[in-house]
Design a protein around this ligand. Structure first.
Ligand SMILES: C[S@@+](CC[C@H](N)C(=O)[O-])C[C@H]1O[C@@H](n2cnc3c(N)ncnc32)[C@H](O)[C@@H]1O
Length: 372
């Protein structure tokens, strides 16, 4: 369970209300002087709250592929100049940028995936079928591929495959066939009404929802970039650092869940192998076995949060890593002493479990961090 935190009334100071803010800050265990990465700065809602709680001395490195989002974020981060750096790049450049700026190890990394509501309504972006616009769907104007190109040049089987894989659209073939027969198709409205005519209305969601999701994922290569970034994030976290991911559809959530499960398991060999051959060592500890979803109050106040799912994990030190990692992997001197002591004594390798043994640790008592 999440403890109600001291950020209760901070939300009202912020122009943008971010999704699951309390839960995110608590999962990140934000504290004064911490170093954080926000991979999806958006309007800067989470970023601002992190900097507020990390004061004095907190620092934030923020990414967004969309230059318009960063303009909004800069306005929202007013007053924190000098404590943050915003980078207009895809989050899959995270490790390279963090290392180039000597911004590691970090205490926490947050990814709040998908789109900000302002992007949905922005004219000309083509993310939503509720606004008539060219079929663009790029997060960044620097990207080459657009949804128009997919719809108007890809083969029928390629379109069907995209709709099936990234939209889990059961009428993928039927829609792809109709697209090929009808194209050129240039706008969101043309595509949405073609889909409605092809598969009919009915059900809880608009018939074009899955197709639009699929095209956006394909245009921005969202799933492969997410996989790569989770791996990079794990390498950037210091001992005891936290990774928090909020996702908005099942394909993203599955990737996050499977990644965290795999990275919190020592051996990942097939179950029928008599002995371990992979040599895989856990680097994470899952903080919430059950996925966290928005409270009733939040759902009332912000219906856009309804599909949000939060997963969080903490970086641990595997025995295999103990000799190879440099001291700067540890986020504080206390961490170094306690982790090394724990490993030598054969005690589990994360701070909260080590706290059980704190009275015997040479570094003195260890305070237990907020439980999730
Ligand atoms: C849901 S919004 C984030 C909102 C933000 N947490 C806030 O509180 O204002 C997601 C943002 O991440 C950006 N984004 C999504 N995927 C990205 C990626 N792969 N690389 C960089 N930015 C990305 C989008 O452009 C968007 O601005």
């Amino acid at each position: 369970m999440f403890r109600k935190s001291r950020i209760e009334n901070r939300k009202s100071n912020s122009a943008h209300i971010p999704v699951m803010l309390d839960e995110t800050l608590q999962a990140l265990a934000v504290g004064p002087g911490g170093r954080y990465i926000d991979g999806t700065v958006g309007a800067g809602g989470h970023a601002r709250a992190i900097l507020e709680l990390a004061a004095p001395g907190g620092q934030l490195l923020g990414f967004d592929a969309d230059p318009n989002s960063l303009k909004t974020a800069s306005r929202n981060l007013m007053g924190f100049e000098g404590s943050y750096l915003l980078v207009n790049q895809n989050f899959d450049t995270m490790e390279a940028v963090a290392r180039a700026n000597d911004f590691y190890p970090v205490h926490g990394i947050v990814l709040d995936l998908g789109l900000a509501s302002m992007q949905l309504s922005e004219s000309g972006r083509g993310f939503s079928f509720q606004y008539d616009a060219p079929l663009d769907m790029r997060f960044s104007p620097d990207q080459k591929l657009t949804a128009t190109e997919i719809i108007n040049t890809y083969a029928e089987s390629e379109i069907a495959d995209i709709l099936w894989r990234y939209g889990e659209e059961r009428f993928s073939r039927k829609i792809a066939r109709r697209i090929i027969e009808t194209r050129p198709i240039k706008t969101t409205t043309e595509l949405a009404s073609l889909i409605a005519r092809t598969i009919g209305r009915g059900g809880d969601i608009h018939p074009a929802t899955r197709t639009f999701q699929a095209l956006r994922i394909a245009v921005n290569e969202e799933l492969t970039k997410l996989e790569s970034t989770l791996e990079q994030a794990t390498r950037l976290l210091g001992f005891d650092g936290r990774l928090v991911v909020i996702s908005y559809h099942s394909l993203e959530d599955r990737i996050v869940k499977q990644f965290m499960q795999q990275e919190s398991t020592d051996c990942i060999c097939p179950a029928d192998l008599p002995e371990c051959r992979c040599g895989h060592a856990a680097r994470l500890r899952i903080l919430n076995k059950k996925v966290v979803t928005p409270s009733e109050d939040e759902l009332q106040a912000n219906p856009r949060s309804r599909s949000a799912k939060l997963r969080a994990a903490e970086r641990i030190l595997s025995r295999e890593e103990a000799g190879t990692l440099e001291d700067h992997f540890f986020l504080s001197e206390r961490n170094t002493r306690v982790a090394r002591y724990g490993l030598e004594a054969g005690i589990p390798n994360n701070l909260s479990e080590l706290a059980e043994f704190a009275c015997t640790a040479p570094s003195g008592p260890v305070r237990r961090r907020a439980a999730m």
